[in-house]
Structures are given as C-alpha cells and as structure tokens.
Ligand binder design. Sequence first.
Ligand code: FAD
Ligand code: NAD
Length: 494
Amino acid sequence: PGTQLPYDPEKKTIVILGSGWGATSLLKTLDTSEYNVVIISPKNYFLFTPLLPSVAVGTLSPKAILQPTRYLARHKARVVTVIEAEAKEIDPFNKTVTFEDDTEIKGEVSHTTIPYDYLVHAVGAEVQTFGIPGVQEKACFMKELGDAEIVRVHIHRLLIFQAYNNDDNVDAKTIVVGIESAAFPGQDDTEIDRLLHIVIVGGGPTGIEVSGEIHDFLEDDLKAWYPELAGRIRISLVEALPSVLPMFSKQLIEYTESTFKESKIEILTKTMVKEVKDRSVVLQMPDKSIQEVPCGMVVWAGGNKGRKITQDLMAKYPSAQTNRRGLTVDDHLRLAGVNGSIFAIGDCTSTSYAPTAQVASQQGAYLARVFAQMAKKNTLEAKLTQLEHYETTVTDAVEKTNLNSEIETTRKLISNVKVRPFHYSHQGSLAYIGSDKAIADLPFANGNIASAGVATFLFWRSAYLSTLFSLRNRTLVANDWLITKIFGRDLSRD
Ligand code: FAD
Ligand code: NAD
C-alpha cells in the first residue's frame, strides 16, 4: 500500500466530490485496486455531524469528531489522491471537473480541471434560509464545524461586542448572547434579559438537539459560574409547523415537549420567524400577529438547501432534473438524464428518504459494491474479447471446442454480474433532547418501538460511539465525555 503511482492509465478514474457521510462511507468500502480514485473536498476531513451540537457547548472538542480524510485514504489498497479544494464546475458532456483552492495561503496554481470516467456527487447541502432578512448575516448556524465554533465562542466568551471585531470567524455575526455583557457593571434589567434570551429556530432534530445541549451547558456549568444570572437565561424554540420533530412518533414528540417544559425551554409552534434583527427576532404568531422579541442570540436550524454546484449541474439537464429539492437519481443512484457516468448520494439528492447520515452512508457503501461489480464485469469483458479474438486464429478442432466452452462460461459469468437497486434499511431515529435524556424510534418486526429517557440517552451515546469511524475518534469522544463529567465543560477556551 502507498507504493504504487496514484494514476494508472489502464484503470478507470472515479472522482468523488465531498468528504462527508456519503463520500467517506464510499471510500471506506471501495476496493481501490481496480480504479484511480480522486477525492475532492474543501474540508480535508470527515465531520461526525450527530455530535456537532456537543462541540458548540464545549462538551466535546472539535478534533474528537473529525477524521482527516487522509487517515482513511492511506489504508486503501492503492493510493487515493486527496485534494483539498472546492469543485466549481462539472462538465458532464466532456466528463471533467474544475476545482479551486479557495484558502488564503494558496499557491500559484489554485485552479485546475481534471477528467473522470465516473463522478460521485456527494457534496451535501447548505443551510436553507428562505431568503428571510437577517438570517444569513445575523444568525448562527449548526451545519459545519465552523458554525459550532461560532456558537461556542458566542456562549463561551460571551464578551462585550468589540471583542468580536478582531475575529474573522465571527465579525459578521452581530448578535451575541452576552453573559459577560449582561454581567457588565451598570447593565440595566431589560438589557440583561435581552442578552440572556437565546432563540433557536427550527423544531427539526438539529434545533431540538442544539436546545438540549445549550440547556445542559447553562444548567450544569453556567449556574455555578454566574449564579446571579443563570436563572434569568431563557431559551425559546420557534417552529413554523404545528409540531416539533414530525419524523418521530407522537408519544416521543409529547415526551420532548414535556421535557422541554421542565427544562424551561419554551416551544413556540405555528410561529414563523420573519426577520432576524441586531437585537431581536420578528415573529409571526399563530394568530398572524407580528411580534418583535428581544434576544441576545439566534441559532438558525431551518433545514437544507441545494448547493450552487448541485443547482448548476441540475440546470444542465432541465428536462430530467426538475425537482427543486435536489438531484433526481434512479434506483441505482445514477443521475437522471446522464448515461451512467455520474452518481449522486446523500443530502444533495431528492429521494423518498430523509436527508440523513444513515441514508448517505448506506448509499456510499452501496456505490462501493456497484463499482466492485462494474470492475468485475469489465475484467470479464476484456477476457471475452481476447478469447473471441484468439478463437478466430485457432485451427485445431479440440482447442477450438475448449475455447468455445470457455467463451460460453465467460459469457455466463458476465450475465451473472448483477447490480441490484439500492435498498435502504432504516435502523431507527435517535435524538438527544437535553437533561441526559434521548428519544428513539426503533424499527422492529411488528412496527416501531418508541423509547425515551436516561436509558435511551445511554443507548444514544453507545450507538454513536460505535458509529464513529475510527478507534482514535471513539477514544477522544469517550475521553471528552469523561472529562466533562468529572470537571465540567471547559470554559477557559478562547
Ligand atoms: P455531508 O456529510 O454534509 O458532506 C458533504 C461534503 O461535501 C463535505 O465534506 C463538504 O465539505 C463537501 N463539499 C461541499 N461543497 C463542495 C464542493 N463544491 N466540492 C467538493 N466538496 C464539497 N443524520 C443522522 O442520520 N443522524 C443524526 O444523528 C444526525 N445528526 C445531525 C446533526 C446535525 C447538527 C446536522 C447538521 C446533521 C445531522 N444529520 C444526522 C444529518 C447528516 O449530517 C446528513 O444527512 C449527512 O451529513 C449527509 O451526508 P452527505 O455526504 O450527503 O453530506
Ligand atoms: P429540518 O428540515 O428537519 O427542520 C427544519 C425546521 O425548521 C422545519 O420543521 C421547519 O418548519 C422549520 N422552519 C423553517 N423555517 C422556519 C421559520 N422561518 N420559522 C420557524 N420555523 C422554521 O432540518 P434539520 O433539523 O436541520 O434536519 C435536517 C436533516 O438532518 C433531517 O433529515 C434530519 O432528520 C437530519 N438530522 C437528524 C438528526 C438525528 O437523527 N438526531 C439530527 C439532526 C439532523
């Protein structure tokens, strides 16, 4: 391993865009001995998203949930080329992809185009803001590692406004929850209440988990550090639909609502955020009245939207790609409208499955099997061509009979190479809701089993611990959990 050249002109080239759930699962399962494999992603690591909200409050350190893509790539049978760059354009007609190094310390060459035989589009999605004024500029997100860092900085440093002006990462966000600001001598009561009001938008699993994690942080750590202010901190969760967590069963929704009530997290359903301002959010209430609610911080978890590279690709196939939610693929995950050279997996697609890590990783593993089957078929077809050619040159009757029988066997073997359609196997839905409680909808033979509470939280932890891709990450996460349990969250960073 690691000694052969990365490029072999005899082999077909697979270019994988992305290093998230879909791409990483594909890379992990793929037999790279049959292909040249190139992986292109602006992030040179895999991010374990289910534990991202824990990073936002300092329960886990960022490195615990990251796995550098090269760690995985270097253990493959043949060298995998890992390129840290953002794909800018796909030309499906000439089968090329153009990518760019967008980082500040880029070298003289930072933009190039390479050819592919097969392209795997696994670029995920970005945050859906619906163009609502102020969301992009003033709210925090919970999608990338940088988002969790921003939330953590906001909550941790909780500093007076000017401190942010020196920080590239956060200077765009002017809304700051300011516990230090609230504690600033002479701050008046109304201003303290505003600074200590955290609004989370979106009652999907992301919004619920972020609310739960922030609540734990306030309850477990900040109470001890800021006893005079802790009781005044408020968390509100705003959801436009009639209920939070529509993908969970009714009893788990009710359980979450009652846990949030006990935790003093206010859930506002049928309420829509219309604007995010510097010091408030504008809400459309269930009776359609408009209210401006003062707050110190907004975390936006309003769902997914296709990335530009995905929208551009769709625009190249206007008659086949008509679903605005994402790329349309067939049941073999081949991009509709293209002749089998582009596959798409994960959140960038629009299928009957929810955009989850579970789906993306199963699709990645499935594609690895598809590529293995295709390689097998290619090898047999090459052998058949050789045999057929040789057969025309043979005159000896016995040898001819033997050759014909081998040709027949090879043909049979080729027709036996079948690529089955993708089949998703749902392992259940899990979410952390704070206060050491989790909810789980687990599929069993005769329907779902719903479970909730502290035991489910332990199950949640062990399920995610075992899902982490490497022993290194498992060790780091388990270690951080232990440190947090013993010493509390680290308030000293930044
Ligand atoms: P991603 O994992 O987002 O990966 C996309 C990759 O593409 C990234 O590496 C990105 O850097 C790269 N990329 C972006 N643009 C380009 C470009 N132009 N060129 C090349 N590469 C590019 N799902 C669950 O099933 N269970 C959970 O518990 C769960 N928890 C979650 C918690 C949070 C906070 C979030 C945000 C999501 C959670 N999800 C969960 C959903 C899950 O993370 C996604 O469904 C999953 O990440 C989708 O995988 P993907 O490979 O399609 O995209
Ligand atoms: P989501 O799409 O599930 O939820 C977003 C919510 O925001 C929606 O309920 C929507 O009604 C609400 N919303 C949007 N605009 C609004 C507005 N202006 N005002 C008020 N509410 C508004 O998004 P998500 O929670 O980020 O989840 C994305 C995907 O990732 C889903 O498929 C989810 O299942 C998956 N995920 C799973 C887990 C888990 O399994 N534990 C955790 C996180 C995410």
